[in-house]
Design a protein around this ligand. Sequence first.
Ligand code: SF4
Length: 86
Amino acid sequence: MRESGCKGCSASVRLKQSEVDRILADYLRENPAPLVSDVTYADRLRVCRDCSQLQYGTTCSHCGCLVQVMAKLRDKHCPAPQAPAW
Ligand code: SF4
């Protein structure tokens, strides 16, 4: 299997920033929800970037979520089972 390939389909697991931005915009359009401030969003993403559970720069290995989407939502939290980071 290609190192960058998804196990379930032929898509790449590595996303460009433009693709992440489009996914976030599409998600928020279809799922209106309370958001965090820009400062909180940046803080959450900074924690994720330093976390050993982050894969490919975008994906949390605990939940398979794109952290750039999950971190934007006020009611979402880091899914680490022992010590959620945010
Ligand atoms: S959501 Fe939590 S466990 Fe997942 S990458 Fe971010 S800090 Fe790490």
